[in-house]
Design a protein around this ligand. Structure first.
Ligand code: A2P
Length: 282
């Protein structure tokens, strides 16, 4: 099973234990340090690896785990996502087959719908439910689903999403969506938890880093952790990977948590999911 490391796990609504801290791989394969970074992530204790068919790196990850990681398959967690152009019932089943082939695995730990699409929502979800019920995935969930998308999904879903992975960082804390999913028992997972490093330059985050003797990234990751949010920070730099893996030995006090919550500016990195939901923009 997944090796316990200092950040621990969240128990999903189907009883599966998901690591709180994961390794984001978006664009990681473009770095000349990809293999070294993966080695370092494994060494520092990362066991959850997050990819997507649209990232174009499933083959790289599959080769890495098959040839370099030294880990048995049941000692690491793989998340992938069905792409925007792969939605629909048969299309999703075909996409899943391709994903598992590229990742050189029989199963995924978590399979997500990458973006909500009005036209395909029910058929795509039905395919995920089929994969779940047949035991090809340990948990199914969604990504970039906000309250209106979750409400619509629930009209026909027979399995509740276990996870909703949405953009979340101090400048866009997405608290309305987070509170809604948490009220439904759906685990919140943050993509771009560091705000692509921009939020790390905020004067408050720097002040808190000095106060706690931590780095700005560790303050932000701890803030997520104390909010009950799972995270998948991305880095291909060994020093920063180590930083991101070591957030266990301190606690932000409630006042400092509130101060970070107040940094919210509603500033997204990506477009709003609703822009794409009906119009098929990406
Ligand atoms: P690098 O790969 O050079 O470390 P996010 O996960 O929010 O999308 O942020 C990813 C960005 O944040 C990348 O540019 C990454 O650069 C940078 N980053 C990741 N970890 C840290 C860290 N601990 N300190 C500073 N920057 C970081």
């Amino acid at each position: 099973m997944i090796k316990e490391f200092e950040a621990g796990t969240f128990t999903l609504n189907n009883g599966v234990e998901m690591p709180k801290l994961g390794f984001g791989t978006y664009a990681a394969q473009e770095s000349p340090d990809f293999t070294a970074a993966m080695d370092h992530a494994v060494e520092t204790g990362f066991r959850l690896f997050d990819t997507a068919s649209m990232y174009g790196n499933q083959i790289d990850l599959g080769n890495y785990f098959a040839n370099n990681s030294g880990l048995d398959r049941d000692n690491y967690w793989l998340t992938s996502k069905v792409g925007q152009q792969e939605q629909g019932y048969e299309e999703t089943l075909a996409a899943f087959k391709n994903t598992t082939k590229e990742l050189q695995t029989d199963y995924l730990d978590l399979y997500l719908v990458h973006w909500p699409k009005e036209k395909h929502m029910f058929q795509t979800w039905k395919a995920l439910e089929h994969l779940y019920k047949e035991g090809y995935v340990r948990a199914i969930g969604v990504s970039n689903f906000e309250a209106n998308h979750l409400d619509r999904l629930m009209l026909e879903a027979t399995v509740m999403p276990a996870v909703d992975q949405v953009e979340t960082h101090p400048y866009f804390n997405n608290h309305v969506t987070r509170d809604y999913m948490q009220s439904l028992g759906i685990q919140h997972q943050a993509w771009s938890p560091l705000g692509q490093a921009a939020d790390l330059k905020d004067p408050l985050i720097i002040t808190l880093a000095e106060k706690y003797g931590k780095t700005p990234a560790q303050i932000v990751l701890k803030w997520h952790n104390q909010n009950g949010t799972a995270v998948i920070p991305k880095s291909t730099n060994n020093k920063r990977i180590t930083e991101n893996a070591t957030i266990g030995d301190f606690t932000l006090n409630p006042h400092d948590m509130a101060l970070v919550n107040l940094l919210n500016r509603g500033e997204r990195i990506m477009g709003a999911p609703d822009e794409n939901y009906v119009n098929d923009l990406w």
